[in-house]
Design a protein around this ligand. Structure first.
Ligand code: 16G
Ligand code: MG
Length: 564
């Protein structure tokens, strides 16, 4: 249930500054030497360090709302796939996208002051620099949290920050991350020409369910899908969604749920969930599937999904973000063709360097679609997808969605069908534009989308896998203290290092020795580590190659550390 506060008219700037200084006294900054940084996933760390940070994020979101004339800003408290002792906080911008970049700096700056007095002065200087209009409009913020036990405590700190900074807020309780994104976009478009959906959790389910039914018309779902919900918020929310869908007897599709124990906090992401399955390349706890049973896993806040199955053996087979992207792009491409729109509306697929090379070849040569690469992190893919007619974006790890441009949407909704087949294709496309959560990658919405496509194509998991053959690949990690010394060449989509000096040359030298070898190195944005990705024609080659690159990193970084 949503609960709103009732702030009165906004006090003067100096009163606000004073209120912030007073409130900050109750939320001292954790005494850690390292600077906090607002990164790809917002702020994320052990939950006992976070009270101050969450308090600050309340102030940042308030400033952001004021900067955009009182439009609603979202805050999500979650640490996604990380351990249950971690937590995190990130800000959602007006259209449900990630926080605007300049405000990431504001967040980092405010998170790194050390005393309440400093906070007051820094706040005042930020306020001036932001050139916030002297508007009488109040700031509006909505927020939610995942199932982590620390969430409730952190909400107290958040409210203190919001109240001190003078925002009006609504607490939406426990939600998935994409549901909060949905609500932000729905709130800000409610009275406009294109409302995104009803402004409620119920409205979210109704929108998905209605369009799922429409998209499934004339399709024949095959069997069942079992969803591992990582013992996180995805479990109760998927159960809610199921109540809005037609029963399996009617739809022909059974959705089974495992790993739904949210009352056991320590079970969250433990041996299960999308991150576990993807990184360990194995089935999750609770897996009892027979060969070729269709399985999917969500992560801890349900913004990622991957599919997989076992062949006899058992041999584990992954159907990750690349597979969902190629499946979706090919389906939308076919529909556009049938609807006679293929010449007018172009599909682009946006990937990161982690995408398997075989998926990119399939997109370009098999599907004859445009492919594009960006840096890691949802916001980069999202921005690239916004430039496409229809932008299908997925990270290999299962974050992703599809964006339909106004041009594409207009063509899809205003085209006059010339035949029953064209009408059918248009109807499916129309339903997809609303079944897909265009605010952000959403495991619940992506699950339904994938099921719709498999049903229409009549694909089993085996047939889905057979569309192309993955290159053998491997992901490695070296823990380093100096990850910031690893930078990539701008515009290279992180495929080339700019520093440390000569490191890229050394990597190129190693890679040249392996057939179809490819490897790149980048600093993690979420932990003190450097990640190494590699692929090659043979799996024994790829192991050897990635090991050699890792040794090179270790040799350099050991040196770097010893010199400190
Ligand atoms: C964050 C990003 C995710 C990215 C991951 C990379 C968002 C919402 N999340 O979780 O997209 O894949 O970081 O992690 O943008 P890394 O920098 O540690 O490799
Ligand atoms: Mg997540």
């Amino acid at each position: 249930m949503a609960a709103a506060n009732s702030a009165d008219a906004r006090p003067s700037e100096s009163e606000t500054e004073k209120a912030i200084v007073e409130a900050a006294k109750h939320y001292p900054r954790a005494n850690v030497a390292e600077d906090f940084q607002y990164g790809t996933a917002g702020f994320r760390m052990k939950d006992d360090l976070l009270d101050y940070i969450v308090f600050i994020v309340g102030i940042v979101a308030t400033l952001r709302s004021r900067k955009v004339q009182g439009q609603t800003i979202g805050i999500m408290i979650t640490a996604s796939h990380n351990k249950y002792q971690d937590n995190g906080v990130k800000v959602v911008d007006t259209q449900g996208e990630m926080l605007e970049q300049s405000f990431e700096h504001v967040a980092t700056q405010l998170a790194n002051v050390h005393t309440p007095q400093d906070l007051g002065t820094t706040y005042a200087s930020v306020l001036k620099k932001l050139n916030i209009p002297a508007t009488t409009k109040k700031a509006h913020v909505i927020f939610a949290r995942d199932t982590r036990p620390s969430g409730l405590r952190l909400v107290k700190a958040l409210k203190a920050g919001l109240e001190a900074a003078g925002a009006e807020y609504i607490d939406y309780g426990v939600l998935t991350t994409p549901q909060l994104h949905y609500l932000v976009k729905a709130t800000n478009t409610e009275s406009g020409r294109n409302p995104f959906g009803e402004v409620s959790e119920e409205g979210y389910y109704k929108k998905l369910a209605k369009n799922f039914v429409a998209a499934m018309e004339d399709a024949k779902p095959i069997g069942s899908v079992t969803v591992d919900c990582a013992n996180g918020v995805g479990a109760p929310k998927l159960k809610q969604l199921l109540k809005h869908l037609p029963p399996p007897e009617k739809s022909g599709l059974r959705i089974r749920i495992v790993n739904d124990q949210i009352e056991k906090p320590e079970a969250l992401n433990e041996g299960c969930g999308a991150d576990f399955v993807k990184t360990q390349q194995t089935t999750p706890a609770g897996f009892n599937g027979k060969a070729y049973d269709r399985w999917a896993s969500f992560d801890g806040d349900a913004d990622r999904i991957i599919y997989y199955f076992n062949e006899e053996g058992p041999v584990f087979r992954m159907l990750d973000g690349d597979r969902i992207a190629t499946l979706t792009a090919s389906f939308i491409g076919e529909l556009l063709q049938k609807a006679g729109l293929a010449e007018k509306v172009k599909v682009s697929v946006i990937q990161t360097a982690y995408a398997n090379g075989a998926s990119t070849r399939y997109i370009e040569q098999g599907l004859k679609l445009k492919s594009e690469f960006t840096d890691t992190g949802v916001k980069h893919l999202h921005h690239a997808a916004l430039r496409a007619d229809i932008g299908v974006y997925f990270e290999a790890n299962g974050h992703g969605t599809v964006l339909f441009s106004p041009h594409a949407t207009k063509k899809i909704f205003l085209s006059e069908p010339q035949s029953p087949a064209q009408l059918e294709a248009l109807n499916i496309l129309r339903a997809l534009t609303d079944l897909i959560n265009q605010a952000v990658g959403d495991a619940l919405s992506d699950l339904l989308l994938t099921e719709v496509i498999l049903a229409h194509k009549g694909f089993t998991v085996k047939e889905w896998l057979a569309t192309y053959t993955d290159m053998p690949s491997r992901l490695g990690k070296v823990n380093v203290l100096d990850r910031r010394s690893y930078t990539t060449v701008p515009g290279s989509a992180e495929r080339k290092l700019a520093s440390p000096q000569y490191m890229q040359e050394k990597i190129d030298e190693i890679v040249a020795k392996y057939k179809d070898g490819r490897s790149f190195v980048r600093a993690s944005g979420t932990e003190d580590a450097v990640r190494i990705y590699g692929e090659a024609a043979e799996s024994f080659d790829v192991d050897n190659m990635v090991e050699k690159v890792m040794e090179t990193i270790m040799a350099y970084s050991a040196q770097g550390v010893a010199q400190r």
